[in-house]
Design a protein around this ligand. Structure first.
Ligand code: BES
Ligand code: ZN
Ligand code: ZN
Length: 510
């Protein structure tokens, strides 16, 4: 039996950070030398120990650095962790979020049960709203404190079951605003770590019916959320030919998972409806167009777009915006076998458009096209799909940012705004006529692969054909979905990309 992932708790306390008791006290330090009053105050109590670390050059305040200095009876904390934040003039809210990541990561490695966070101190002022700072620190604590160890039996008994983080602030007014942000950050952080765990689970654990079961359970436990699942027979009856084709080769049959968030108290009032659509290929072997063996195990992460939507729906239900949101998650396992769809097949999609299959490994677009059409049928005012769609996007942008494509620049702007706020990076890529040209078939309306170059953009152009007249954008998270978390948050596995981006987009949508 898999064990539970350790839980993370974040709270706020008004008090003197030098006196509050804890296993670790995390202090942020910029690299450009101007150390803070807190640094100096602590240094005095610790007999110059912090200054010595600085002078020796063991700690330079570079972003991501975290060093431990041991406390004494003059301070409440057993240890001080100095966290580097880079140059002060370049600092953004994400710098603070990442400082909290580094602090939490170190604290959990030290098996600290209680960690005091004072990393926000250099940020409080006119430039930043303290609520935003509180949220960022909280999100960072969730990200940095997370470990995926459900199936590791050898650490049983040694690791913490719960890690507690307390943001400490002496000014009561600032503390109140920070606290408001902590509440939001806990909702978002919990939802994102929930998503990370499902993303990290392997293909023999998460298959389409299993994912549908998780979505149903989530909805049953969450006020404001409901869930409907179509099984393979219903998918066939509805003529969702794309989803059906991709799922045919697997013993685990496809599902269309539909979550709905309804805002409370909006009775008859007309509210905007957002459709979030996410690719959940629980394992992508490539199918008959089989992928090479090296690195194929990472294709368990091919469900990450769908799971990001699931996590975003959890966050949205907790944040309670005044918009209606559908989370539509087409899920299939792409496998080779006697029942599989083949190169050369012509598939009639839910929209009625026909697609010539030229490569069964371009399966994501074949399940998304039906789900996007479903969002159109549900009368969404705007549709955003998210998927680990193309290797070409990783070639273009690397692992640090996702590509965003749309025919509407205003919508791109909204997604970029959500990206800046959430710290989940995106970059605008084109998907216009010249790319759609590549997707035209001689024997069907479309084909499922384009030419050799610009594969992220031609895939985007293909998907855009299924949104009809509805405002639509596509996020290709192939790079960020496969990024090893060790590089960003200090612990291996998924980073849960997309939960913050999508929930911020939905909450701020106007
Ligand atoms: N799931 C993959 C995309 C992918 C590749 C994600 C690498 C992350 C890292 C997708 O289904 C796929 O196989 N796409 C093909 C499309 C091609 C056949 C047109 C690709 O990108 O190679
Ligand atoms: Zn594929
Ligand atoms: Zn895929």
């Amino acid at each position: 039996m898999a064990k539970d992932i350790a839980s993370i708790r974040v709270s706020i306390k008004t008090g003197d950070v030098l006196k509050v008791k804890g296993d670790v006290l995390a202090v942020g330090v910029f690299s450009d030398g101007k150390k803070s009053a807190l640094f100096d105050g602590l240094d005095a109590k610790l007999g110059g120990a912090l200054g010595k670390v600085w002078k020796l050059g063991d700690f330079k305040g570079t972003a991501g650095q975290a060093v431990v200095v041991y406390g004494n009876e003059k301070i409440g904390a057993k240890r001080v962790v100095l966290v580097g934040m880079g140059e002060k003039k370049k600092a953004t809210v994400d710098t603070l979020r990442m400082a909290a990541v580094a602090a939490a990561n170190k604290a959990v490695s030290l098996k600290a049960k209680s960690t005091l966070l004072a990393v926000h101190q250099g940020f409080v002022g006119k430039k930043h709203d303290a609520k935003v700072l509180g949220q960022a620190v909280t999100e960072g604590a969730f990200m940095g404190g997370y470990r995926y160890d459900e199936y590791v039996t050898k650490t049983e008994g040694k690791r913490l079951k719960e890690a507690g983080f307390v943001i400490v602030e002496s000014d009561a007014k600032v503390s109140r605003s920070l606290g408001a942000g902590v509440k939001v950050g806990c909702v978002v952080g919990e939802a994102q770590n929930f998503a990370r765990t499902i993303m990290n689970r392997p293909g023999n654990v998460i298959n389409p019916p299993a994912l549908a079961g998780i979505a149903k359970k989530l909805a049953s436990q969450t006020p404001g959320l409901s869930c409907t699942v179509l099984d393979d027979k219903q998918i066939k009856a509805k003529k969702m030919g794309g989803l059906l084709a991709v799922g045919k080769g697997s013993a685990k049959k496809p599902r269309l998972i539909m979550l709905k968030y309804t805002p409370a108290g909006k009775g008859g009032a007309k509210v905007k409806t957002i459709g979030l659509v996410g690719k959940a290929v629980t394992f992508d072997s490539g199918g008959i167009s089989l992928k090479p063996g090296a690195g194929m195990h990472d294709m368990k992460f091919d469900k990450s777009g769908g799971v990001a939507v699931l996590g975003a729906m959890k966050a949205i239900a907790g944040l309670k915006p005044g918009v209606k949101v559908y989370g539509i998650i087409p899920s299939a396992e792409n496998m080779p076998g006697g029942m599989s769809y083949r190169p050369g097949d012509i598939v009639t999609t839910y929209s009625g458009k026909t697609v010539e299959i030229q490569n069964t490994d371009a399966e994501g677009r074949m399940i998304l096209c039906d789900a996007i059409h479903q969002a159109v049928k549900l009368k969404c005012d705007v549709i955003v799909d998210i998927a680990t769609l193309t290797g070409a996007c990783v070639v273009a942008l690397g692992e640090g940012m996702a590509g965003v494509m749309s025919h509407n620049d205003k919508l791109v702007k909204k997604i970029k705004a959500a990206s800046e706020k959430s710290g989940e990076k995106v970059w605008h890529l084109p998907c216009g006529e010249e790319f759609l040209e590549q997707m035209k078939s001689k024997i069907a309306d479309l084909k499922n692969i384009g030419g050799k170059w610009g594969g992220a953009c031609s895939a985007g152009a293909f998907l855009g054909e299924f949104a009809g007249d509805v405002d639509w954008a596509h996020v290709d998270m192939a790079g960020t979905g496969m990024l090893d978390g060790a590089k960003k948050y200090g612990s291996s596995g998924s980073i849960g990309y997309g939960v913050r981006l999508l929930s911020t987009f939905a909450v701020d949508y106007k």
